[in-house]
Write a new protein. Structure first.
Lengths: 516, 809
């Protein structure tokens, strides 16, 4: 009895998951507004069913096993489940349909989905022990835990998508005979500009893109200019009582739009003028990828689309990482393993440099750097790294403290000098900690915004993080551009972390210890 | 993998090559540096190019220097360091704060010199309110660029839908309210709640949009300062009447907290509460027209002068004989030249062009073009220059009469506009008035009491500043002499101890080596850290505005902290105690838990690790925006509360938390955000786990230990040095909590009920907001001492539980 209840619970849970997935999809595709409440309720029901299944299924199998299995069911099982459900839905719809051609289409789709379901369940059957998989008998493991976390992350993503369904304006290409658009090479850059006036063989053009050069007038030879299409937005409107789709061919000076009808075919080519308030932009679900080039184009041309920022940042990152690792390790070693007068008070002093809020030492520090003539250079941003930072010294000290003393004593007996002991014996023992400090310094330097803000004023000395902040300040009205820029600022760090982690997190061998 | 190895090589080549091949740009033209420009439209940059075109010997460099405006730290350091920009774009109401401390240059001589120049600004061309706001002590310090003013926006569609309800209440649905009592009546009639008490639509929220107490107080004829600027009149009966009105307004919509939750979630854009009809009326500035035309051009709205006290409208009582029936409040930005600017004349040329009628219309023209190109309608913003304003209205009048009429209302209101009083304590007055509004409206204090509390703080600052002369100026050499003395003392005692210790040869050699090893830190400490630390200690005994020499006040900063400001300080400390007490252990547990998961040999581990690390590298600006989306209290916006209202509220009838807009939830929200960044700690734990010899686990499993046992008996003891490190750093970090609180409150106030007030936030607002660096230093040193004591305590307790190889000496 309990077994049956448990298995029922398990499948109730599965149905719950399916319902949740369906509701989430509905939420994604549904436009915002009250229409969302229905799928939201389903989502809640689905989650509820999942929870119920979770509780009940524990009766069937011992402990936590069953629920862990769901998110990590093999891909084939999911495919079978999803396509089977979809085909059932389609059959249901087929029964309710009146239109012949639509019925045929639905039937065909249902059949093909059923085929997929059959194929995937076969694959699922062949790929392992389906019985134990279906009842969820997979023990709690790291894989399971990670799968569950991944599912959580994914559901978070789905939630984010529900709120922010990305939609882009539909456009059609158009050439305006009066104000043609050209692509031109000027001063080494490709710009897009429209015609202002023609004189002889020359054209006077006004630059539209890149954004940083917008509004600049240039003169070019007719032969050097390439006419290109302008992408104009598609809108829907009511014209004489009937619905039409058209494209905006002109943004008029008084704020009204001139629209040329695209469909229905009977009225194609007709033009009318309307206020933007009565035009309904046609949008489709999609990603607005042009945010990325547009964000880069907003940067001043002399920064090479941000390459200059990247170079400054890379320089700072390298200097800071090298400086911090060298100096902090030396200082930390002395504080952890060597005996000398004033060791404890000096260590407290070292720690205390972290305890005074930086806001009040900002001004005197600034004056010191100004006295050195380093304001508006990169020096203030890396020189101090070579003097060791309290935070890293403390961290490394903790790691040095846990290294067995025997190692050091053995080195001493072999006649190693202190420097050599440090370099050859002790440093390799704390490789992992050095890696952590390396990453932290890397990230800290990469994202440091306050330092460059205070010390740097010229664009040629700016860093990526600073540019991101300035960008946020300048383009507050365009969150899309800001997020695109932030993503680009983040991407290199992410890539470095992804590819290099094996060197510092996995490649760290604990030499000399494992033999103990 | 070989490709990966190439990356460093290429990188080096690029860095070195880049440095070599690109010689420092040599400008043959003089550079005019312009700071503080943020969120300006394309037209401004076009006008800059036109300026460069007409001045071939000049080059203009425009920078915002901070998010959404000028960072006060940057401006302050640059002026003190005598490397200021040539021109600064500054919010007008702060001009007097800076000018009174000698940070801006008076422009009188330049205005007088160029009297004949048609481009040159002249007082008579400007709206008096705008021009006077940029003056201090009878001198002109800045040239106003734009003006804004506030008016009532009412959604006609909502009025029409509810015509029956309005008529029932004896109100005309075809017109906007004109008096305060009408406004409240309309607001009440249009407010609607659903069955569970969540607002469906609110009629009117006193401070949605932009009105603050200032607008209502000006309408009630209140001034915030006496005419001579020596007495703060925040507690006057007029202001009290205005605040009472606001409180009534909040009571109608279900209280301040509810309204705040509704309001802070309003991200604007297409989901703007007013445009979507979820708020029927609001008071806002003319800038909001731009966002309506962009996101909700179909909104059926109208603009009317903001309702005034009934007596003012009917011209009776204390308003009898008043010439302005309606009153508005205006502000805006303006151009100034900081003291010590290198190219004053060039900067002035630039200001002249950018503020001239011609320059203004040029900017409008270019803006209009850009907006057209983007497929948007253009609504001109208002100029402080009357002629330019009228011309711009004629030239760029929106085609839609709805917008044109709205703009006209705003322009006509400029004749009845008031501005904030020019004073050196402008920022303090602002902050205190905002705090009084919150305290009174949320029923934490009575109206009178709240205003009086604010008045006292401002008055103390005024009194102190007017009597500053009685304190002696501090000798600037004091910190340096102390610094030298400490170095000498240290050296001497080291030498003596060295002699006294009679170390053996080996021990002496070891000590020598040890000092050699810590030399980098000693040098850095002596050269870069000790000086500033001592300087701040010295400043804590002074009144120091940074822009003028410090004056010695003895212990009075500390005394103030212990007496009149004790409540704030205690609140700040209890806040960080909460944050640290809950946040540090949770952070350690989360980081360690994730690290344990990610330490397993699972496929795709690199991917998972990167995922978990991702949050800690998201730039702060981006993550602040993200968290707003997640934690916004309004269930229609915030992800968490959307799920909450759909589940927990429905089943258990528990109200969704207000997160960042509720006093009780702001700190938990901050802690949750901290846990999101646990990935950064995760890698430390991973490193620690790697350091545990596998032989220990092998031995344990041979002895038949269960995983849980080996976790508690091997993993945790082996990790104690790192747990200790995390605990110490966590305490230091949480007592210095600032960045996140600052970003989340966007620098406006300290969160609901001061719930995000932290010591560093408090000292920051004093140091860089109110120019009280001495006081800020005193707060810093108190914080310092507390952290030091806690850290020493932790070190004292450490030998009891932290495993260390050192103790086996």
């Amino acid at each position: 009895m309990i077994q049956t209840l448990g298995l029922t619970g398990y499948w109730a849970g599965c149905a719950g998951v399916a319902l949740t997935a369906w509701a989430a999809t509905r939420l994604i595709t549904e436009p915002s507004g009250p229409a969302r409440s229905a799928p939201l309720v389903s989502l809640v029901w689905g989650l509820g069913a999942t929870g119920l299944g979770f509780v009940l299924s524990q009766q069937a199998e011992s402990g936590w096993n069953a629920p862990i299995a769901w998110p990590i069911l093999p891909f084939s099982a999911w495919a079978a489940l999803a396509s089977g459900l979809a085909s059932l839905v389609l059959v249901g719809r087929f029964l309710g349909m009146a239109d012949r051609s639509a019925r045929l289409r639905a039937l065909r789709q249902a059949a093909s989905l059923a085929g997929i379901a059959a194929a995937s369940s076969l694959w699922f059957r062949l790929s392992g022990d389906p019985v134990s998989l279906a009842s969820g008998a997979i023990p709690l493991s790291m894989t399971g835990g990670l799968g569950l976390l991944a599912l959580l992350a994914c559901s978070g993503l789905v939630m984010a998508l529900v709120v922010l369904v990305p939609r882009v304006q539909a456009t059609v290409p158009y050439r305006n005979p009066e104000v043609p658009l050209f692509r031109v090479q000027t001063e080494g850059a490709t710009v897009i500009a429209h015609l202002v006036e023609r004189s002889g063989g020359n054209l006077r053009l006004e630059i539209e893109r890149p954004g940083s050069m917008h509004g600049t007038l240039i003169d070019v030879k007719t032969s050097a200019a390439d006419e290109i299409d302008r992408q104009i937005p598609v809108v829907r409107a009511r014209l004489d009582g009937s619905e039409v789709t058209g494209a905006v061919v002109e943004e008029m000076k008084d704020g009204n739009r001139r629209v040329r009808v695209l469909s229905p075919d009977a009225r194609r080519g007709e033009e009318f003028v309307a206020s933007p308030a009565v035009l309904d932009p046609v949008r489709r679900i999609g990603l607005r990828t042009e945010n990325y080039p547009l964000a880069l184009e907003e940067l001043p041309a002399e920064t090479g689309f941000g390459l200059l920022y990247l170079r400054n940042t890379a320089l700072l990152v390298i200097l800071n990482v090298v400086g911090t690792l060298l100096s902090s390790a030396l200082v930390a070693y002395a504080f952890s393993r060597m005996r000398f007068p004033y060791k404890r008070p000096l260590f407290i002093v070292l720690l205390s440099t972290m305890m005074l809020p930086a806001a009040v030492t900002l001004m005197p520090s600034f004056l010191i750097y100004r006295w050195l003539g380093w304001v508006d250079t990169l020096y203030p941003l890396w020189v101090s790294a070579f003097f060791g930072s309290a935070f890293n010294v403390f961290l490394l000290r903790q790691f040095f403290l846990s290294v067995p003393r025997e190692l050091e004593e053995a080195a001493k007996l072999d006649g190693c000098s202190y420097l050599r002991t440090f370099w050859r014996v002790m440093l390799p023992q704390v490789k992992a900690a050095l890696a952590v400090i390396g990453i932290w310094t890397f990230m800290g330097t990469w994202n440091n915004f306050m330092g460059p803000l205070i010390y740097v004023s010229s664009p040629e000395n700016m860093t990526v993080a600073y540019a991101t902040q300035l960008f946020a300040g300048d383009k507050v009205a365009e969150p899309g551009l800001l997020m695109a820029f932030a993503t680009m600022a983040m991407a290199p760090v992410l890539a470095v972390f992804f590819f290099a982690q094996r060197y510092f997190l996995e490649g760290v061998a604990i030499t000399g210890l494992s033999a103990r | 993998m070989r490709l990966l190895a190439l990356i460093p090589l290429v990188l080096c080549a690029w860095l070195v090559g880049g440095c070599g091949s690109e010689p420092k740009q040599v400008y043959t033209r003089r550079v005019v540096t312009v700071w503080g420009v943020a969120g300006e439209e394309k037209g401004f940059y076009a006008a800059v190019r036109a300026f460069e075109h007409s001045h071939p010997n000049l080059r203009v460099r425009v920078l915002s220097m901070g998010t959404g405006g000028m960072s006060p730290q940057k401006l302050l350091t640059s002026i003190v360091g005598r490397v200021p920009p040539d021109v600064i774009y500054q919010d007008r109401f702060t001009v007097s704060d800076w000018a009174s401390r000698g940070a801006f240059r008076s422009l009188d001589d330049l205005v007088a010199r160029d009297r004949r120049d048609p481009l040159s600004p002249k007082a008579e061309q400007y709206y008096p309110a705008a021009w006077n706001e940029a003056m201090y002590g009878g001198k002109v310090y800045a040239i106003p660029l734009r003006v804004d003013d506030r008016a009532l926006y009412w959604n006609r569609a909502v009025f029409r839908e509810n015509a029956a309800t309005l008529r029932q209440a004896g109100l005309d649905p075809e017109r906007a309210p004109r008096t305060w009592s009408e406004l409240l009546a309309y607001g009440k009639a249009l407010t609607k709640f659903d069955a569970s008490g969540n607002p469906v639509r609110l009629g009117f929220i006193p401070n949605l949009g932009n009105s603050w107490l200032y607008l209502y107080a000006f309408q009630s004829n209140a001034a915030f300062l006496s005419a001579d600027g020596r007495r703060c009149t925040l507690d006057s009966p007029e202001t009290e009447a205005a605040l009472r009105f606001m409180k009534d307004g909040y009571d109608i919509v279900g209280g301040y907290e509810k309204a705040q939750a509704f309001q802070t979630a309003d991200l604007g854009g297409e989901q703007d509460a007013f445009m979507t009809g979820r708020v029927a009326m609001k008071i806002d500035g003319n800038w909001t027209l731009g966002s309506i035309v962009l996101y909700g051009p179909r909104t059926d709205f109208q603009v009317a002068p903001a309702p005034v006290p009934d007596d003012r409208y009917f011209g009776r009582g204390r308003f009898a004989g008043e010439k302005d029936r309606f009153v508005t409040w205006s502000g805006g930005f303006s151009w100034a030249i900081p003291t010590g600017a290198r190219h004053v004349d060039d900067g002035w040329e630039f200001i002249k062009w950018i503020t001239s009628v011609e320059g203004r219309l040029y900017q409008d023209e270019e803006n209009a073009k850009w907006q057209r190109l983007q497929g948007r309608a253009f609504i001109p913003r208002m100029h402080a220059n009357v002629e330019a304003n009228e011309k711009a209205f004629r030239l760029f009048k929106p085609a839609d009469p709805k917008f044109a009429d709205a703009l006209r209302v705003h322009m006509d209101l400029m004749a009845h506009s008031r501005t904030r009083p020019p004073t050196f304590a402008g920022q303090l007055l602002w902050d205190e008035h905002a705090r009084a509004v919150e305290n009174a409206c949320s029923n934490r204090m009575g109206v009178k009491e709240a205003l009086l509390a604010g008045q006292r703080v401002v008055q103390r600052e005024l009194d102190d500043s007017f009597t500053i002369e009685r304190y002696p100026e501090m000798n600037p050499w004091i910190p340096w002499v102390t610094f030298g003395a400490i170095l000498v003392c240290f050296k001497l005692s080291l030498y003596r101890r060295w002699r006294r210790m009679r170390l053996g040869r080996n021990a002496r050699q070891e000590a020598r080596w040890a000092y050699a090893f810590i030399t980098p830190w000693l040098v850095g400490f002596g050269a870069l850290t000790l000086g500033p630390m001592l300087a701040s200690l010295t400043f804590s005994f002074t009144r120091y505005s940074v822009l003028s020499p410090p004056r010695w006040v003895g212990l009075s900063n500390y005394a103030d902290l212990a007496t009149s400001d004790r409540d704030h300080m205690l609140k700040a400390l209890s806040n960080v105690a909460y944050l640290g007490g809950l946040g540090v252990p949770l952070g350690i547990a989360t980081g360690l838990g994730v690290a344990l998961l990610l330490n397993a040999g699972v496929r795709g581990l690199r991917f998972y690790r990167t995922c978990f690390y991702l949050p800690s590298i998201v730039p702060a600006v981006a993550s602040a925006v993200l968290w707003w989306w997640v934690l916004a209290p309004d269930p229609h916006r915030g992800l968490v509360n959307a799920a909450w209202t759909a589940t927990i509220s429905r089943w258990l009838h528990l109200e969704a938390p207000g997160w960042l807009s509720a006093e009780a939830w702001a700190k938990p929200a901050l802690i949750a955000m901290g846990l999101w960044g646990a990935g950064s700690g995760m890698i430390l734990w991973l490193a620690g786990l790697k350091g545990i010899p596998t032989s220990l686990y092998e031995a344990a499993s041979l002895d038949g230990a269960k995983p849980a046992q080996s976790f508690w008996k091997i993993t945790v003891p082996q990790l104690t040095p790192i747990i200790f490190f995390s605990a110490v750093m966590g305490v230091i970090g949480s007592l210095q909590e600032f960045d996140r609180a600052y970003v989340l409150t966007t620098g406006l106030g300290f969160g609901p009920g001061d719930s995000l007030l932290t010591p560093v936030y408090y000292l920051f607002s004093h140091g860089f907001g109110y120019f009280r660096m001495g006081y800020a230093s005193a707060i810093a040193w108190i914080t310092f001492v507390i952290i030091l004591l806690l850290t020493l305590l932790q070190f004292r307790l450490a030998p009891g539980w932290v495993r260390s190889e050192e103790e086996r000496e």
